[in-house]
Design a protein around this ligand. Structure first.
Ligand code: 8X3
Length: 246
């Protein structure tokens, strides 16, 4: 893996959705992208397309994160994108296992990746951490406490670093999307296609590449410009619980 003239960008959850689109957008912006995900075969296909590198990564596994970090030769940009939701039910019916999974992937996953790559980001002399949170990191909504709680906690890891790293050459950008059509809802509803489709019915949601464009924009500003927090939603969505459907 060598990249004489292109800076290295690491994207987690890069096998599909926002992560895959971000890998493509960053490659187009001149980065050598290292794509990490459990489904490394999908990462390898995208890597071949964009002259990047695929490395297996499970952010819920400390050993996998260490091995990944050891395989990455440098890192100027880390995109913490891996995460997701499981379930949509009232607190009174919360499934502890689903909550554990959400905290493990969104919160501890972001923490692990950031800790593992922070030395390389600092060593680059011009590092940048982009964390993909959600409007669920800003709002509370009925039946969503497992996910909104995890996303709020993930955002706190990221926003706290904004202060802790002051004076260091690392920028921090939080990107908080609303409704984006990816396999997010299919994962949330454990493969129930009908339920997943209903989320996006009667509305034009954001696409993964709409979000990727914003990430690439933030990543290509001059080093002194820090886009702190970017919230993006479809025009027809005002909040997690309020959308206009036709
Ligand atoms: C996904 C957006 O509204 O389903 O992060 O929480 S929402």
């Amino acid at each position: 893996m060598s990249s004489p003239d292109r800076p290295f960008a690491v994207v987690t959850g890069a096998s599909s959705g926002i992560g895959a689109a971000t890998a493509r957008a960053l490659a187009a912006a001149g980065f050598h992208v290292v794509l990490g995900a459990r489904r490394v075969d999908l990462c390898a296909e995208i890597a071949a397309e964009i002259d990047g590198t695929a490395v297996r990564l499970d952010v819920t596994d400390a050993q996998s994160v260490s091995a990944f970090a050891a395989a990455v030769p440098g890192c100027r940009l880390l995109v913490n994108n891996a995460g997701g939701a499981k379930g949509l039910e009232p607190v009174a019916e919360a499934d502890e296992e689903a909550w554990r999974w959400m905290y493990e992937t969104n919160v501890i996953g972001t923490l692990r990746m950031t800790k593992a790559l922070l030395p390389a980001l600092l060593a680059s002399g011009d590092g940048h951490i982009v964390t993909v949170t959600s409007i669920a990191a800003i709002e509370a909504y009925d039946n969503g406490a497992g996910y909104t709680g995890a996303k709020h906690a993930q955002a706190m890891v990221h926003r706290t670093l904004r202060g802790e790293l002051l004076g260091q050459p690392v920028r921090l950008t939080e990107v908080a999307p609303g409704m984006v059509e990816t396999d997010f809802s299919l994962v949330r509803f454990e493969g129930d296609q009908e339920k997943a489709d209903a989320v996006y019915r009667g509305i034009t949601p954001l696409t993964a590449s709409d979000v990727a464009d914003v990430i690439a924009f933030a990543a290509t500003r001059p080093s002194h410009v820090n886009l702190d927090q970017i919230v993006l939603k479809p025009r027809a969505q005002a909040s997690a619980m309020r959308a206009h459907r036709t």
